[in-house]
Design a protein around this ligand. Structure first.
Ligand code: GLU
Length: 460
């Protein structure tokens, strides 16, 4: 069975770029009748916060993503230690003691010797006495993974290609000689994400790792770790999705809150708008207003992701939201309207009248006030207008009102006043709704009723 995972670090609120990755995994799992695992990569104890864990859970639930299982890396440290021990015993993990300053210096020397600026494995040359001296000095070791990129001596790395057939990007090649041995364990004993991720993917039976293309180099390292652990049968298939950037091309960051899912939700953006756009953005596909995740699942293809960064534009999201709202039926929104206090027998007609004019669903509240609130009035009348509005009020047809009422009223008004066209319609719309544009007045009128319309025309 297909099993994928979404593995956020709970170090901030997730944004549209993060959920893009979540949706690629989720839609793929749904399409393949597979499982979706939520894994919190929370080995960085200082930056990981439970409030972000809760926030991520809430956001995913709101978006309609339901994990089959949830794991926390912080609860699996014992397991990572066991595996790390194995790597130490097989010589794949080695202790290092250099400070940042010392590393910088080593790098400078390498560059001046025309060597690539990667770690030169100086720590491998340390004698036991030297290591003991460092430790006596209070230095704690951190641990690097010895990349298998050499034949006879680790000090002469050779071109060593790691290949994989990326399910999104096609065949990939990374030369291990171009990468520094990665640090897997920090000096304080905590794990960086690289090793725990391999151990988890292995233990949890992950079949496909679908993640951002910022992890391509990591993949070469992690494939090497899988091999070092000796069980390549458990190695997942990898797929790398292009990341989103802002319109000006900057990467999205968890620290900049405006694109955080919780904020988009508060701003009234629909979950399905986020789902649709986060998946279809930067693809050749039309950005369609899908009304359900199910419809999106049917249409979805992993190859939607392209190789270059996709630019995310908030106006595009707001636009899509508007188109999605317009497509919502009364049944879709009935409950939500009720929760907003929009109730009664005219609600259905109200919805069908106003939905075309809403950017977010909450805008319906404003229109509801416009058609129901007799204390609202909008313009202060000039003497000329006052005369026109009083005339208009006097010419209002008797109830019952329907869609034809407007036409009857306007015909009378045209005959009795000297106005037509814009000079007639614009002030009426402004007096009745307070807006220069909006739903058809022919539809609004029967919703408002004669008493309210009369009051708006006559009140100053
Ligand atoms: N915690 C990593 C991240 O947020 C997960 C990467 C992966 O999916 O392996 O980028």
């Amino acid at each position: 069975m297909i099993r994928v995972r979404f593995a956020p670090s709970p170090t901030g609120n997730i944004h549209i770029g993060n959920v893009r990755i979540a949706f690629f995994n989720w839609l793929f799992a749904m399409q393949q009748s597979g499982q979706f695992i939520l894994r919190y990569d929370d080995t960085d104890v200082e930056r990981s916060k439970s409030e972000y864990v809760n926030g991520i859970a809430e956001d995913l639930e709101w978006l309609g993503i339901k994990p089959d299982k949830v794991y926390f890396q912080s609860k699996r440290v014992e397991r990572y230690c066991k595996i790390a021990q194995k790597l130490i015993e097989t010589g794949f993990l080695y202790p290092c003691y250099e400070t940042l300053e010392e590393l910088k210096l080593q790098r400078k020397i390498r560059l001046s010797n025309k060597l690539p600026p990667i770690y030169g494995r100086e720590a491998l040359k340390l004698t036991t006495e030297k290591k003991q001296a460092f430790e006596a000095d209070g230095r704690r070791p951190y641990w690097r993974f010895l990349l298998p990129n050499f034949f006879n001596t680790p000090f002469e790395p050779q071109r060593t290609e790691v290949h994989w057939d990326d399910i999104v990007r096609g065949p990939q090649i990374i030369d291990l000689a171009s990468i520094s041995d990665p640090v897997l364990i920090r000096a304080d004993g905590t794990y960086l994400y690289t090793l725990p991720s391999v151990v988890d993917d292995m233990d949890m039976g992950i079949t496909h790792v679908i993640r951002g293309d910022d992890h391509i180099t990591n993949t070469a390292v992690q494939i090497s770790i899988f091999k070092a652990l000796g069980d390549i049968s458990t190695m997942p298939i990898f797929g790398h999705i292009n990341l989103l950037t802002s319109v000006s091309g900057e990467g999205l960051s968890k620290r900049k809150g405006n694109l955080a899912i919780c904020n988009l939700r508060k701003a009234g953006i629909e979950a399905i708008a986020i789902a649709s756009l986060s998946v279809l953005i930067g693809t050749l596909e039309n950005i369609e207003p899908y009304s359900t995740i199910r419809a999106l699942v049917k249409h979805f293809d992993l190859s939607f992701a392209s190789k270059s960064a996709a630019k995310f534009d908030l106006t595009e999201l707001v636009n899509l939201n508007r188109r999605i709202i317009y497509k919502l039926t009364f049944t879709d929104v009935h409950k939500r309207l009720t929760e907003m206090g929009i109730t009664g027998e005219k609600v259905k007609a109200f919805w069908l009248t106003v939905r075309e004019n809403l950017h977010i669903l909450a805008d319906a509240r404003d229109w509801w006030k416009i058609i129901t609130d007799s204390n609202l009035h909008f313009i202060s009348f000039s003497e000329v207008d006052r005369h026109f509005f009083y005339l208009a009020a006097d010419l209002l047809p008797y109830e019952p009102w329907n869609r034809k009422t407007w036409q009857q009223w306007i015909e009378r008004l045209k005959k009795e006043s000297d106005r037509k066209g814009k000079a007639l319609f614009k002030p009426l719309r402004l007096a009745l709704t307070g807006c220069e544009s909006g739903p058809k007045l022919a539809d609004l009128l029967p919703l408002m009723g004669r008493r309210l319309v009369e009051k708006r025309l006559k009140t100053e």
